[in-house]
Design a protein around this ligand. Sequence first.
Ligand code: GAL
Length: 365
Amino acid sequence: MEGKGARQMDRIQRKLTLAALFLVCLLSACQMDTAIEKNPGKAIPAGKVQGEEDGKKPIKIGFSMDTLLEERWLKDRDLFKEAIEELGAEVEIMAANGNDAVQISQAETLIKQRVDLLVVVPHNAEATASIVKKAHEAGIKVISYDRLVKNADIDLYISFDNEKVGELQAKAITKLVPKGKYVYIGGAITDHNAHLFKRGVFNVLQPLIDKGDIQIVYDQWSRDWTPANAFVNMEEALKANQNQIDAVIEANDATAGGAIQALAVQGLAGKIPVAGQDAELAAAQRIIRGTQTMTVYKPIGTLTKEAAELAVRIAKGEQVETTRKINNGKIEVPSVLLSPIAVDKHNMDSTIIADGFHSRDEVYK
Ligand code: GAL
C-alpha cells in the first residue's frame, strides 16, 4: 500500500511540475507579444518592411497627379516612387492629363483601394477639394503636393516658396532691364501656384511701375500651362506693341519655350531677356545658347524625399510639426516650403549640373 501511494504522489508531483513549466512558457510568450506590440519598430529586424513581420501589409500611399506632360512631373513621379520605396512603403500613382473629372475619379479609385494616405497634385485648386472630403470620409489623410488645394481641410501642404520663385525671376530681369516695356505671361489660372508666382513678380515690379520706369504692356494667363497657348500669347503681345518689347517674364519653362518660338518668328529670340522656371533641360540648353535668360531651379529630389517621409509618418499616425501655416481659404494648413534657386549661365554648373539634375553633356550639347 505504501509503495503504491508513494508512486501515485510521484506521478501527481511530475504532472504539477509539467503544468507549472507550461504556465511559465505561456506567460513569457505573452510578455514577448506585448513587448512587440508596444515597440513594433524595434521588434522588426533591419531591412524588413514595417508590417511584414506581424502579417500586416506595408504602408501604401496614393499619388494623384495632374499631368505627366511636362518634364518636371516625370521627375516628381519617379523620385517620389523611389523615396517611398526606400522607406519600405508602396505607392500607387495615377495621372489625370489635366482633366478634373478624371483626377477626381482616379482619386476615388485610390480611396476605394484603401490607401493609407493620399498625396494630391491638383489640376484645379478648387475642384480637388471634393477629393479631400471623400478621402476624409474614408479616414484617409491628404497631403497637397507642390500645388495648394483650396478651401479644403488638407492635412499638410508641401511645396517650394512659390512667391519667391516670381521674385527671383523679376529680380534677375529688372537687373538687366531696369526700365522699359514688360510682358508678363502667367500660368494656368486654375493653379494656385500661378497666382503665387505672379504675386512674387509684381512684388518686385510694382515699385518700378509706380516710379514710371517699367510699363506692363501685356499681362495674360496661359491656359493649362501649354507652350502652344504661350506662343499665341506672345504673338498677341508682339503684335499689340509692334514688337517694341524690352523684357518677358514667363511663369515656367514650358511656356517660356512657346514664347521664345514666337520671338524667333520675329527674329527676336536672344535679343529680349526671357525668364522661366523649372530648370527643364530644354530651358537649361536655351540659357547656354542665349535665347532664355534665366530659370528657377527647384530641387525636385528634396521635395519628393521630404514629401515621402512626411506621407509615411502621417500614414503611421504620427503627429507632424511644421513651422509654417498657409491659409487655403478654409483653414491654416501646416506647411513645408522649400527654397528655390535662380539659375543663369553663370551658376548653371554649380547648381543644376553639380546636383546631377541634368548632366553637363546634355546641357551644353
Ligand atoms: C506649377 C508648378 C511648376 C510648373 C507648372 C506647370 O504648379 O509649380 O513647377 O511645372 O505647375 O505644370
